[in-house]
Design a protein around this ligand. Structure first.
Ligand SMILES: [Zn+2]
Length: 194
């Protein structure tokens, strides 16, 4: 039977050994102090950075909201004008605003085409940044109000982030078209290989 350390045994441990162990422990503690300080500082800096990024992101989101709200307001104002003001009072330039911008508008892309593009062509990834997305957004390269058609060549699967950029014109039509073309080429070369 193994008994736990008993008092008589503890008293047999030489005092010098205890003192040496104690001193060694103390020295190790002091050596590790600056290292731990450094690590703590690094952790704090990372936290600060994260907070800053979050703040910037929030500001960005807020700006976008305001922008889209103002755009909507502007469009609504123009719609109202075009409907309420008689055409003889209204400059010719604006007379066909409604017709030009709304009658040509194509319907939203059909759900099955969206799914096909997302699962088959894009492989559940954003076709611009190639990140994996589970909330895909289908973007019309030529916008719907300009008569952009619901064809595979005019539609691109984007993540919400890239979609926002595309809608604001940061990602130009030509860039998106080029990217689609290149990906099509890539796919064809892959399928040609045995
Ligand atoms: Zn993306």
């Amino acid at each position: 039977m193994v008994l736990p350390l008993q008092f008589s045994q503890i008293s047999k441990i030489p005092l010098e050994l205890v003192v040496i162990l104690f001193i060694v422990g103390f020295i190790l503690y002091y050596i590790s102090l600056p290292l731990r300080k450094k690590r703590r500082k690094e952790r704090e800096a990372a936290k600060e950075k994260y907070k800053e990024e979050q703040k910037l992101e929030r500001i960005e989101r807020y700006k976008l909201q305001i922008e889209s709200r103002e755009n909507r307001k502007k469009i609504r104002r123009q719609q109202l004008k075009s409907r309420l003001i008689p055409s003889f009072l209204y400059p010719k330039k604006y007379r066909n605003f409604w017709n030009d911008n709304y009658s040509k508008k194509t319907n939203p892309a059909p759900e099955n085409l969206k799914n096909e593009l997302y699962f088959e062509r894009a492989n559940q990834r954003c076709e611009w940044c190639e990140e994996w997305v589970d909330t895909p957004e289908i973007h019309h390269i030529v916008p719907r109000f300009e008569g952009g058609k619901n064809t595979a060549e005019n539609l691109i699967v984007l993540c919400p982030n890239c979609h926002r950029k595309a809608d604001r014109g940061i990602l130009s039509k030509s860039k998106l078209e080029y990217k689609l073309k290149r990906q099509a080429e890539k796919r064809s070369t892959i399928s040609e290989q045995p």
